[in-house]
Write a protein that binds this ligand. Structure first.
Ligand code: ATP
Ligand code: LTN
Length: 331
């Protein structure tokens, strides 16, 4: 609890240009919490260097990710919006939590297995301990709820296990967090390989639709989306490509699968793909417009991140002092 309100925390890595997966599974849902909860939204730059980044690009994407948060409706007067590396308590608590996280637990994380396979030449220790830094992010603020896409459920569950373990050894220290996963859009799949999650760092540009893609690009990418040899617009087992397009359509329009199937009954894949492209581009247009406004005002973004870091540091330091005292450090 903070100011009598429960706490929400989430983060996005500035590791690429954000996709509609990041938007529908995470960011779009962030602003809905701020009336009821004390909310922290972080650009997790420390996490992003687990994969090699070009420094100038990382810096630019950190500003852009913050601008996108604002463009998606996060009001900095109602939410604490900040950059992870500006609050050193994240890295400090992560080290401590590393000592309460088991090798076996980290070895079972599917993101670690996927990213190790993709970056075989750079399987660094940070990639392995990524989840304990994520646990530090969450536990520092006594977070109750963590809005994320389905792929992050396993990491939030590990954060719960770490919190419970620490609380059991030293008495209650951390609130035990819960993931909050949206029903429609929690796992948007790649347009090129629909059995794989859409990922912003995918090297195949046709696999991903980015929040900032132009309307023409969006329409073209959906037109090329991989589907099966069928023709009916129907959600069915094993039809990953068309199921993904139906999910995207439903997530943008708020319609149910049944309503969508009825709306497109008798029509073919080409017509449906065009409709998904239109709805997606039109829904993103206002976000793009706001992004243009925020991203061109670096001074404003810097003032938001500075104020966010000050607010976040205040709460983070309280938890960190408590933790240090409990483990036996002199503070
Ligand atoms: P990377 O490709 O660098 O691993 P990513 O696209 O997986 O990045 P993250 O920064 O790891 O993105 O994720 C930010 C948020 O977006 C998380 O809450 C994550 O669960 C969510 N998210 C990422 N991809 C998808 C997706 N395809 N569908 C739904 N949610 C997603
Ligand atoms: N691991 C997350 C990003 C992330 C995060 C967090 C999400 C880092 N710290 C804390 C929620 C809460 C990802 O999306 N890959």
């Amino acid at each position: 609890m903070q100011d009598g309100r429960k706490v929400v925390f989430s983060g996005v890595q500035p590791s690429g240009n954000l996709t509609i997966g990041n938007y529908l599974g995470a960011i779009k849902n962030f602003s809905g919490f701020s009336d009821e909860y004390k909310c922290y939204y972080c650009v997790v730059d420390l996490h992003s260097i687990t994969v090699r980044q070009v420094p100038a690009e990382l810096r630019k994407r950190t500003y852009d990710t913050l601008a996108l948060y604002l463009a998606c409706g996060l009001d900095p007067d109602k939410n604490t919006v900040f950059v992870q590396s500006h609050v050193p308590a994240h890295a400090e608590l992560a080290w401590i939590l590393d000592c309460y996280t088991m090798f076996g637990e980290l070895s079972r994380m599917t993101q670690f297995k996927d990213k190790s396979a993709k970056n075989a030449q750079n399987i660094n220790a940070g990639l392995f301990t990524y989840p304990s830094l994520m646990a530090a992010d969450i536990l520092l603020y006594q977070t109750e709820m963590v809005p994320v896409g389905a792929d992050q459920k396993q990491h939030v569950e590990l954060a719960r296990d770490i919190a419970i373990r620490f609380n059991t050894i030293y008495s209650d220290t951390f609130v035990v967090p819960e993931p909050s996963i949206i029903k429609t859009g929690h796992k948007i799949m790649s347009l090129a390989e629909p059995e794989k999650k859409m990922s912003k760092s995918d090297s195949n540009e046709n696999a991903v639709v980015r929040i900032l893609d132009t309307k023409d690009t969006i329409i073209r990418k959906f037109r090329r989306a991989v589907t099966d040899s069928g023709s009916e617009i129907r959600f069915a087992e094993g039809k990953d490509g068309i199921n993904n397009l139906i999910t995207i359509y439903c997530a943008f329009t708020g319609k149910t699968v049944e309503e969508t199937e009825n709306e497109f009954s008798g029509m073919g894949y080409a017509e449906f793909k065009a409709a998904v492209g239109e709805v997606c581009a039109d829904s993103l247009a206002p976000v793009q417009e706001m992004f243009a406004k925020y991203s061109s005002d670096k001074g404003f973004l810097e003032s938001v991140m500075k104020r966010g870091a000050e607010e976040a540091s205040y709460s983070a330091r309280k938890t960190l002092s408590k933790v240090k005292r409990k483990v036996g450090f002199i503070i």
